[in-house]
Design a protein around this ligand. Structure first.
Ligand code: FE2
Ligand code: FE2
Length: 257
């Protein structure tokens, strides 16, 4: 049994959707998949894609990214917290897990979150250009910090989940550390840092004792050890991101891990 990591498949792009439907239906039957968010904001397409993954892997763990919480395009009445619940219901209908899972010695724990200002304060320019500020809808009075606190509180219930397991893998859509953004990225990308992650995610995974953390969102292929924890980003990314994204399933544990 192997564990694979993948994020940011963005199946709204036909090319990406074709890659999913072209995945082998026999190679991954014994394997687990960690799917770290940003498949699509459209629930119908989300369902199609999650069913495709569920049909290929023994177990799939999915956690929503920021794109799943966009409500504007599908004309939904509810807010993005309601969309979060709707996304998790769709996953359950597809046989995809959204809570922590245990498989023998391996435990995989999702950490819900949102950017909270801990990586910096978004500039006026960033607030104008970043689609979440237009495409998500939150209850009155909810700013980034309050949104992040509400998602973070969802993790309390799993704080002690299988903390005795030999292999503890955590995952989040957002970056748990600002230094996961590589030094080579240009200022035009670095200015996104305030909306990329939250350091409370790192505090969570370290308190729990994860040795490996899978994250998405940045679309930057990464496999690095920092202060004793291995961090992996295996994003599929947008079609044009051929140089920065992994654009492949990455085995993070097992035969080739
Ligand atoms: Fe993404
Ligand atoms: Fe994202």
């Amino acid at each position: 049994m192997r564990v694979f990591a993948l994020s940011d498949v963005h199946v709204d792009y036909d090319e990406n959707a074709r890659w999913v439907s072209g995945l082998s239906t026999s190679d991954y039957r014994d394997d687990l998949l960690v799917l770290a968010g940003d498949l699509t904001d459209r629930l119908s397409l989300l369902e199609t894609s999650l069913r495709a993954f569920a049909a290929r892997f023994r177990r799939v763990l999915f956690l929503p990214g920021n794109h799943e919480l966009w409500v504007v395009r599908d004309g939904r009445d509810g807010d993005s917290f309601a969309k979060f619940e709707a996304v998790r219901r769709v996953a359950a209908q597809c046989g995809v897990e959204t809570g922590p899972l245990r498989e023998g010695a391996i435990v995989i724990r999702p950490l819900q979150g949102w950017y909270d200002g801990s990586f910096g304060t978004p500039s006026a320019t960033l607030r104008t250009m970043w689609t979440d500020y237009r495409a998500c809808r939150w209850p009155d009075g909810f700013d980034d910090a309050r949104i992040a606190a509400r998602f973070d509180a969802l993790n309390d219930a799993d704080e002690d989940f299988a903390a005795d397991a030999p292999v503890r893998i955590s995952c989040s859509h957002f970056l748990p550390r600002a230094d996961l953004l590589p030094g080579f990225v240009p200022d035009s990308v670095r200015m996104l840092l305030p909306v990329l992650g939250a350091s409370r995610i790192d505090a969570r995974l370290r308190r729990w004792g994860a040795s490996l953390h899978v994250y998405g969102h940045s679309h930057l292929n990464r496999d690095v050890r920092l202060d004793g924890v291995r961090y992996v980003n295996s994003a599929f990314g947008y079609p044009g991101e051929t140089r920065i994204s992994a654009r492949a399933l990455k085995c993070i544990h097992g035969d080739a891990g």
